[in-house]
Design a protein around this ligand. Structure first.
Ligand code: SF4
Length: 179
């Protein structure tokens, strides 16, 4: 098991074998964050707001999320690219999201704590989330929403040198922060 994604070989070998398409590093202090993203969460167009422990308001305030991200010393942005039949291939998008979450699990299993793994959109691990009545069933595998932490994902991808849009495909993003 490797402690840091910066150890020799991890970039070249492990991430690709785990299903990651592309990746790049950023400094946690540079990660673009905005409280405006949290307002989009509150508008609930994704219908995830207040439904799991991985999304606002359960993840804490914008300021708390910002401080958590800034407390780490390194960060790695990664993506998975899943082909679609066309731009109305909603089943393909859902399938891609499920595959992406499996990739996040495989990445998380490779890392030693402490680390923070954020992933696009909410948590889909359980058929019914315990939120808000009981604690998360799998806190060690809780990889909260990148957007829910107030991250400007498009800008983050650009900063990391990871392609944000891929024609004919849906692209999902994750980010690992570690010490
Ligand atoms: S792992 Fe299960 S209980 Fe925890 S946030 Fe996800 S869906 Fe909810």
């Amino acid at each position: 098991m490797r402690t840091s994604p910066f150890e020799p070989g991890f970039f070249q070998d492990d991430l690709a074998s785990l299903g990651v398409t592309s990746w790049g590093s950023v400094r946690p202090g540079d990660i673009p964050l905005s409280p405006e993203i949290r307002k989009i969460c509150e508008d609930n167009t994704c219908r995830s707001y207040g439904t799991t422990w991985a999304c606002p308001p359960a993840v804490g305030t914008f300021e708390e999320c910002r401080d958590i991200i800034r407390s780490y010393s390194g960060a790695l942005v990664f993506s998975t690219v899943c082909p679609l039949e066309d731009s109305f291939d909603f089943e393909g998008m859902a399938r891609g999201h499920r595959e992406f979450k499996k990739v996040c699990d495989r990445v998380g299993e490779k890392l030693e704590k402490p680390f923070l793994l954020l992933s696009n959109e909410g948590c889909i691990r359980c058929r019914e989330c315990t939120y808000p009545e009981a604690p998360c069933r799998f806190p060690e595998k809780l990889y909260p929403s990148l957007e829910g932490f107030g991250v400007l994902v498009g800008e983050l991808a650009s900063m990391a040198g990871v392609k944000y849009r891929n024609p004919g495909a849906v692209t999902y993003f994750g980010m690992i922060c570690w010490d």
